[in-house]
Design a binder for this molecule. Structure first.
Ligand code: PHE
Length: 533
């Protein structure tokens, strides 16, 4: 029996196949270095690591196991880089901005950067295991959350056939919130009905037997909750107007929205796409550390005692005969450090502004790989109205307004107060909102969020916002490659530039994820150890 036959014939699930060794968790298992302490022929070699984010700290942690002598230079007074949790007392001043200090109550927080871990990011999860970071579920997709299409009444549209314009009809489903479950189930119902109709009329251009067609129709009936005539007439999957209860109260289901109303609702715009449920990175189950994402950097930091120099901003990176020389600012004064190797994890927008001997190809990569503009705001409310009034426990609401997404906390359910993420936006929306002073960002988040949650008006307490492209020492969300930059710029970051190795999410195909930072660290460690070995 071949391996494939075996897989096809058994009913074993993923766990069963893993147990038989037929499936491998590739990313975590791909690291081929000796176990802790069995090989120390790094032999005290000096390595200077630029940046104490996840890439830098994982590099130091693994090189430390192999006997290297690492020092990390970190410009901030904290570790973690773009893994950053905002709590009461957190302060930050953006480039060109005014100082902000969070007033969140004890126990309230939001993850300003990394905020969710896909279940297949084996390496990230393995580090959580190894470092003892407890995880809980991050609820990424919630059918009880809302969609809201904002459509201004004044919108003009070209009249068919002529050059004249006329007011665009405002969709009856615009400018009001709709539960995601209503939209999903109605669209599923109507599309399965259409397909069932085509099958019933023998109009499908596929060679299917009568039995195949019956099975497909059965699938469609279940998928869309079609009636015996294969029609979609609504379903209790989209919720009830009055809930079923005791005695003579069976519960009242409301009629579905009309197909044409839905098609004209605006929900087919890309911002509303149902990616949250479908795409590989966002499929359930997602995880988060208990108490905030910074539990991961803190766990690394605890194992790197004395190796991180904080408030040490690198200004120069030089190649020498014996390796590298790094010049940095320490407490306002210049300082220097020499080492045999350097692992540079600085984000490209930061690397770009450092005096260095790095090669022209790396410099060009730093110049030409764009970073996304992205921002978030944490809003503290006196009351968890989204839980108490709306039955929303975690998950994400989506809108085409500037706020784009509202994230409800996947922790602290039922607590008296709470912090939700009042916007998570990208590109032009993040640029526009990020350009505002913090007080105006707060106003905007409240005014737009109020359209979805009228309770904002009475329950709001305080806010903390950030625009990653304006955050010192990051200056961007994450690297955004396209085919051309992958081809032209990316390769330079994968090779050592003399004694200098590059790591960080921007040196991987896992950009925008902690898994990218971590896997890049292991790649750099393997390369250095191989060279030395
Ligand atoms: N990892 C980031 C996040 O979870 C950015 C990202 C969003 C990456 C969506 C891929 C898809 O928000």
């Amino acid at each position: 029996m071949t391996r494939r036959d075996f897989i096809n014939r058994t009913s074993a699930g993923y766990a069963g196949l893993s147990a038989w060794g037929l499936l491998r968790a590739a990313p975590a298992a791909a690291f081929s270095l000796p176990a802790n302490g069995t090989d120390t022929h790094g032999n005290g070699r000096r390595v200077v690591i630029l940046g104490a984010g996840l890439a830098g700290m994982a590099t130091a942690y693994e090189l430390g196991k192999l006997g290297y002598d690492c020092t990390l230079l970190e410009a901030r007074n904290r570790s973690g880089g773009r893994v950053w949790t905002i709590r009461g007392g957190t302060s930050e001043t953006e480039l060109g901005g005014t100082p902000q200090t969070s007033q969140f109550a004890p126990g309230n927080y939001f993850n300003a950067g990394a905020a969710r871990i896909p279940h297949h990011h084996q390496l990230t999860l393995q580090y959580c295991r190894e470092l003892g970071v407890p995880l809980e579920i991050f609820n990424g997709s919630n059918e009880a959350a809302y969609l809201y299409n904002h459509q201004p009444a004044s919108g003009l549209t070209a009249a068919a056939g002529g050059g004249a314009t006329q007011p665009a009809a405002v969709s009856p489903l615009a400018n009001r919130r709709m539960r995601i479950k209503e939209y999903h189930n109605d669209m599923r119902g109507y599309t399965t009905e259409l397909l069932a109709k085509a099958l019933d009329q023998g109009q499908l251009d596929q060679n299917l037997t009568k039995e195949d067609v019956e099975k497909l129709v059965d699938f469609l009936k279940n998928e869309g909750d079609l009636n015996t005539a294969h029609l979609y007439k609504g379903t209790n999957r989209r919720g009830y107007k009055t809930q079923p209860g005791a005695g003579p109260t069976p519960g009242e289901v409301v009629d579905p929205y009309g197909l044409t109303d839905l098609l004209r609702s605006g929900f087919m715009q890309p911002v509303f796409y149902n990616v949250g449920d479908y795409i590989y990175e966002q499929q359930t189950t997602l995880m988060q550390p208990v108490g905030g994402m910074d539990a991961i950097p803190k766990a690394f930091e605890a194992r790197l005692a004395g190796k991180i120099q904080f408030n040490a901003r690198v200004t120069e990176l030089r190649k020498t005969e014996k390796g590298v020389r790094v010049v940095y600012q320490k407490g306002g004064k210049p300082a220097e450090m020499e080492a045999e190797f350097c692992v540079c994890t600085l984000p490209l927008p930061v690397l770009k502004n450092i005096e260095s001997d790095i090669s022209g190809t790396v410099k060009r990569a730093a110049d030409f790989v764009p970073y996304i503009k992205t921002g978030k705001i944490g809003l503290q409310f006196k009351r968890r109205f989204w839980e108490e009034d709306d039955g929303i426990y975690g998950g994400i609401s989506r809108t085409n307004m500037d706020i784009n997404q509202i994230w409800y906390p996947s922790y602290g359910f039922m607590k008296p107060t709470g912090v939700l993420i009042g916007y998570y936006n990208f590109y032009g929306r993040a640029e526009a909102v990020g350009a505002l002073p913090v007080a105006e960002r707060q106003q905007l988040a409240l005014a737009q969020g109020k359209q979805i949650h009228p309770q904002y008006a009475t329950e709001f307490e305080n806010a903390f916002s950030l625009a990653w492209h304006r955050i010192p020492h990051s200056e961007g969300g994450w690297a955004m490659y396209d085919d051309a930059t992958r081809r032209k710029q990316y390769p330079a970051l994968l090779e050592p530039d003399g004694p200098i190795y590059f790591a960080g999410e921007h040196t991987t195909y896992l950009t925008a994820w902690m898994a990218g930072a971590l896997t890049s660290a292991r790649r750099a460690v393997e390369a250095i150890h191989k060279r030395v070995g």
